[in-house]
Design a protein. Structure first.
Lengths: 989, 222
């Protein structure tokens, strides 16, 4: 009766049991032979369930075995997951393989229905895609197993063709050729999976020359005539290179060869090829470059019948930077889509039938002679407490690829395991430590017995438990390997190895998961120090001695390295290292590594004397209240409790804040100056009362003399009633004005512009009176208008009062258009739109008279009935005393007037400013009559008596009196001026 | 409120520019617009006059109500203003009241106030101005004796001589000489100065108009 070895606990179980009687692990995968696979999984071994490495192997031996299904090398390939059982024929098999075959349990033969031939010969739907792929067509579909005889390649192996020599030679340790070393050097480069499109050419992407040569020699596995497996020795070695890649990506499915890496198939297949059982020294070198020591172990396990030397090089391997794990690269590898397949080649390959039982001696030696490394991996599967080397623990980072693991576990534990039957058989034969190494392939079973932590390897447990706990569970009496001890001082060792310095020593950015998984927690874990003390090597003990305890750190003992950092940074690093995975319990976090404090270094919180001496006295820090108060809390929900943190200063204070005075400090002198300035400013704003001046003061007397003299001179002609002087000389001929008025058409209105102030009415009434009188004599209709608010009233007074003898009536003989507002703008508007600008006249009626707009409209009156524009006026007479107003009228209105009809009667004071327009020669001002003299002259022209002549004598006498006064006053004042100067000169002397 | 100056500036510039453009270029369709702008300006000026009168009234009313020291003058002003407004606006400027059977027994209150109050007051101010100017000219040589003060006095004397009896008194050749000199001063130097003033005013007006159109000068505030 065959027995099945539980992949979880390693105990043997009867083959009829589906679960392990020891650990209740699921043994169905082991019980069910490969013949069951097609029944349960239509994919069978052909499509998805085929491992990549197997497919690749098929590719490498394509055509010579294309029609010879029994010759397919998978038949007896222990590394093939599709191997149904022991090879029936061992003629050409090496001894070690034959031994493996003999030791294969008869589980598979007991299940004839599981014949892989039947199953695999039956094309399943999953095979169709494979068949559609020409390169894989002949490799994916052929029957895997043929019980009739050994496969051809095994025969070839037995016959010594091709690789037999190599195989035979490789059986012997140390007989590896030099190219193996090249293989080792290229192992790390082969990790990158080549594209599936070019499997054969991409597989040696590692760049090894010998691989390129292989390609050149073999033209790839596509050649139908190529004698691939046995004839080309480097192929399997290539597979040895690729095995690292494939083992790392153990979850890479074989069910989808299109997505998988064909080259990887071949590599893995050949790596698991029993023809290469011996692991020579190059394995050790491979391990040096293999970032995953577990892979090295697996590799050596597969080939490790004679591979003790590499174990001897493990020390150097561990110290070699080449062994530094590359989690990213692994992640990329494991992230290969092919890794989502349902099968896991790694355990299958490792659990080949008869493989476990055929443990070579070197494996025994591994267990016995290499305690530093493999002593931790007990054959009995006592994984709890086993202390893997740190580099091996670092390799367990691969297990962080949780998705990969989980997917594999699910598939392995499923009711229809796609795992080939050979896996179960291989599991029996697999040594315990290898079972532990292939734990991920048997995770399904492990999950079933998760309560038994014994079955879980340490490196896997490391992902479920904190590393510290692993260390704590390590056997205390288990000595650390020497190489690990030697690695301790090497602080510059790369991360991921056992000599990885404490993570806290490294920069956060330098942290790697391997470092986290390696030694960091072991060093820093303060708890269970005594428990660890026994099993911790010396270097670790030294580290612990150097690292202060947590209490010491809390006591404020800042270490030397800590002093160099600002306090905030220290705290940030200590409290919350960024590299620490989120969600990890605090107890798992690394406490700060402590270092010895030198005697010369500054103690935390202590200020050196020299620095203390430099501190100003005033800057001495005020005593700070203790943060924790022993007094019971008085208020709030925590009332009555002691030892509470006190509130921030100022926050808990209640009450009115201290009042600060804003009063300025000024001295008495400053106060006096301020008062003086204030009084001066106030005095300036107060009105000063006008001083009483005497009527008979010097100035008063002079003023009174002037007034009296002028008054007498001015009124004297009125009382004399005789002409004192003749008529003034005619500055300008008045005949033009007379002719202009006389030539006015009958009924043509004249526009009289009364634009002066009442104060100038005496002069201008005398000047304009004669002209207007002439117009009235001609019965010329008059239209009065003004740009001054008082102008309409003055015009009305001039016409109705001064010249009342003519009997002009408003509305019949004259109209008063009123006031034109707006200055020059209003004049422009009036010039352009006279009717619109002045719709209402100054008719003297009350405001209610304005209700009758038609009656109030002056333009509807008789004088203006025929006037639509200013050019319709026969004469425009401007009476003004303001030169600015005169300019506005000339500039704004004159262009709209009838040419040569604009007459200006201006005050004598405005004559100089109006005279340029009169002298311009363009006729802007046709006639200019200025002042009393002009009026008197025009009166003389008209031979009429008027106010002009009456005012002229008074004006003449008054001007003469003014000249006399000016001379008299000027002479007197000039005398006083020189007398004053003389007195000043005398005073100076 | 901060956009109000900008708006007023834009309105002023557009109005001024458009009015100026329409002054030089007659566009039939825009003649009404030009008239509208001009009338609006004239109306606004009249309204401004009314506003000024109201402001004057309120200021002096405030002084009167406050009882300041010289509020009596404010009282007189307010009284005269309201009285004149009442007589001229309510009854009309030519309103007459007959107090007898004769045609001359009638009085026009508004014209009477203008003829016998406002006009004599302003004429009296002009008379006082003449006396003050004469007095200032007489004391000019006492305070400051320099070339300009002397030239100023000589100019005044020549101007007065042209209007005095000396020029028209028939003093043989003296009168003609004085008249000639007086007329030359009035026509040449005075007109020269007046032209300069006029030209300066014209240039200043153009510049001011352009500044207003361009918005650089905002006499309307903002």
């Amino acid at each position: 009766m065959a027995e099945l070895q539980c992949p979880a606990c390693g105990q043997l179980n009867p083959d009829h049991l589906e679960t392990c009687q020891h650990c209740q692990a699921d043994l169905s995968a082991l019980v069910s032979g490969p013949g069951d696979m097609p029944d349960e999984s239509p994919m069978g071994m052909e499509g998805d369930d085929l491992a990549d490495w197997l497919l690749s192997m098929r590719e490498e031996e394509p055509d010579d075995d294309a029609g010879d299904e029994p010759d397919y090398p998978d038949e007896g390939d222990p590394g093939s997951p599709s191997a149904p059982g022991p090879s029936p024929s061992s003629a050409g098999i090496p001894d070690w393989l034959a031994a493996l075959s003999d030791e294969v349990p008869p589980a598979a033969p007991e299940q004839p229905a599981d014949s892989p031939e039947d199953d695999l010969a039956d094309p399943s739907p999953a095979e169709q895609p494979l068949a559609e792929d020409p390169p894989h067509e002949t490799q994916a579909i052929p029957p895997v197993d043929s019980p009739e005889g050994p496969p051809g390649w095994l025969t070839d192996l037995a016959e010594g063709e091709d690789s037999v020599e190599i195989s035979g030679s490789s059986m012997q340790v140390g007989d590896l050729p030099d190219w193996v070393e090249g293989l080792v050097s290229s192992a790390g480069q082969l990790k990158a999976p080549p594209p599936a499109a070019e499997p054969e050419t991409e597989s040696p992407q590692a760049g090894a020359d010998w691989l390129a040569d292989l390609r050149g020699d073999d033209e790839g596995a596509d050649s139908p005539d190529s004698d691939q497996p046995g004839g080309e020795i480097p192929d399997w070695l290539e597979g040895m290179d690729a095995i690292h890649e494939e083992i790392e990506s153990t979850s890479m499915p074989a069910g989808d060869p299109d997505e998988g890496d064909p080259t990887g198939f071949a590599a893995e297949d050949e790596a698991l090829d029993p023809s290469v059982p011996q692991v020579p020294d190059w394995i050790a070198q491979l391990a040096n470059q293999d970032p995953d020591p577990r892979e090295s172990l697996e590799t050596t396990d597969e080939n490790g019948e004679e591979a003790p030397d590499w174990l001897e090089k493990l020390d150097s391997m561990a110290e070699s930077p080449a062994s530094e794990p590359e989690p990213d690269a692994r992640a990329e590898e494991t992230a290969d889509p092919a890794g989502e397949g349902p099968t896991a080649p790694e355990p299958d390959g490792l659990a080949q039938p008869g493989f476990g039982e055929g443990i070579p001696d070197w494996l025994d030696e591994l267990q016995s002679q290499t305690p530093p490394i493999f002593g931790e991996i007990q054959p009995g599967g006592d994984r709890p407490g086993e202390a893997l080397p740190d580099w091996l623990q670092a390799s367990s980072e691969e297990a962080e690829l949780a998705g990969e693991e989980l997917s594999f576990e699910e598939e392995s534990a499923g009711p229809e395991p796609s795992e080939p039957a050979g896996a179960g058989e291989a599991q029996e034969d697999m040594p315990d430590w290898l079972s532990g190494m292939t734990l991920d392939a048997e995770a399904g079973e492990f999950e079933g017995e998760s309560d038994e932590e014994e079955a879980i390897p340490d490196w896997l447990a490391g992902f479920e438990q904190p590393e510290v706990e692993e260390i704590a569970e390590e056997p205390d009496d288990e000595p650390l390997p020497d190489w690990l001890t030697t690695m301790v001082p090497a602080e510059d060792q790369p991360a991921g190895t056992a000599e990885q310095p404490p993570a806290s020593m490294a920069e956060p950015g330098d942290f790697s998961p391997a470092a986290e998984a390696a030694g960091v927690p072991q060093v820093d874990e303060p708890g269970d120090a005594q428990e660890e003390a026994d099993g911790i090597p010396d270097w670790l003990s030294n580290l612990q001695e150097q690292v202060p305890s947590l209490e010491q750190q809390e006591a404020g003992e800042v270490q030397d390295w800590d002093v160099d950092l600002p306090e905030g940074e220290q705290q940030a690093e200590v409290d919350d290292p960024e590299w620490l995975p989120a969600g990890e319990p605090d107890e798992k976090r690394d406490p700060l590594p402590a270092f010895s404090q030198g005697p010369d270094e500054i103690a935390p919180g202590d200020v050196p004397d020299w620095l203390e001496a430099m501190r100003p006295e005033d800057d001495a820090p005020a005593p700070v209240a203790p943060e924790v108060s022993d007094a019971p809390e008085q208020y709030g929900p925590l009332a009555g409790m002691r030892g509470l943190l006190s509130a921030e200063p100022g926050i808990g204070q209640a009450g009115k804040p201290e009042a600060y005075s804003v009063k300025l400090r000024i001295s008495d002198a400053q106060q006096g100056s301020m008062e003086a300035l204030r009084s001066m400013v106030e005095a300036e704003t107060e009105p000063q009362p006008a001083g009483r001046k005497s009527l008979f003061s010097e100035q008063g007397i002079l003023r009174w003399i002037i007034v009296t003299l002028l008054f007498l001179v001015v009124i004297f002609p009125f009382f004399l009633d005789l002409p004192i002087s003749g008529l003034p000389p005619m500055a300008r001929p008045m005949g033009n004005l007379g002719r202009l008025i006389n030539d006015l058409p009958a009924g043509a209105p004249a526009l009289v512009i009364v634009d002066f102030e009442p104060g100038m009415s005496g002069e201008l009434n005398a000047a304009a009176g004669a002209v207007i009188d002439h117009l009235m004599l001609r019965e010329t209709p008059l239209a009065l208008v003004s740009s001054s608010p008082l102008g309409p009233a003055l015009g009305e007074r001039l016409v109705s009062r001064e010249l009342a003898q003519h009997g002009y009536t408003y509305g019949q003989d004259y109209v008063n258009l009123g006031y034109i507002p707006g200055g020059a703008t209003g004049l422009q508007n009036f010039a352009n739109f006279p009717r619109a600008s002045l719709p209402l006249g100054y008719d003297g009626l009350p405001f209610w008279g304005l209700l009758n707009i038609e009656a109030a409209n002056p333009w509807n009156q008789a004088p203006l009935q025929n006037v639509g524009a200013l050019s319709d006026f026969g004469l425009t007479l401007l009476v003004t005393d303001n030169p600015d107003t005169t300019r506005s009228w000339i500039e704004q209105v004159h262009p709209k007037l009838k040419p040569g009809t604009f007459v200006v009667i201006a005050s004598a004071q405005a004559e100089p400013l109006i005279l340029p327009y009169y002298n311009s020669g363009e006729g802007q001002v046709a006639v200019l009559v200025t002042g009393v003299a002009g009026g008197a002259s025009y009166e003389a022209f008209l031979t009429r008596e008027g106010p002009g002549r009456a005012y002229w004598d008074s004006l003449g006498l008054g001007a003469l009196a003014a000249i006399v006064l000016l001379f008299g006053a000027g002479s007197f004042n000039l005398f006083l001026y020189y007398r004053q100067l003389e007195s000043e000169r005398k005073g100076r002397r | 409120m901060r956009r109000l100056p900008l708006l007023s500036t834009v309105v002023a510039a557009l109005s001024g520019g458009l009015a100026l453009y329409l002054l030089f270029f007659q566009i039939p369709g825009l003649a009404g617009l030009r008239s509208y702008l001009l009338q609006s300006a004239a109306s606004l000026a009249a309204l401004a006059l009314i506003v000024g009168i109201i402001h004057l009234l309120t200021v002096h009313l405030d002084k009167l109500i406050a009882g300041e020291e010289r509020a009596v003058y404010s009282g007189v002003l307010v009284f005269a203003l309201l009285l004149t407004f009442l007589l001229a606006f309510a009854f009309g400027p030519n309103f007459s009241y007959s107090y007898g059977s004769d045609a001359t027994d009638r009085i026009e209150p508004a014209n009477w106030l203008f003829q016998y109050v406002q006009t004599p007051i302003e004429i009296s101010l002009m008379a006082l101005l003449s006396i003050s100017l004469l007095y200032a000219a007489g004391r000019l040589l006492r305070r400051r004796v320099n070339t300009f003060s002397v030239v100023f006095l000589i100019s005044v004397v020549i101007a007065l001589l042209g209007s005095s009896l000396v020029a028209t008194g028939g003093f043989a050749g003296l009168s003609d000489a004085v008249a000639t000199v007086s007329q030359w001063v009035a026509r040449v130097p005075a007109v020269a100065g007046a032209r300069g003033i006029i030209l300066g005013v014209a240039l200043g007006t153009i510049a001011t108009g352009l500044r207003i159109i361009m918005g650089s000068d905002r006499p309307y505030g903002g």
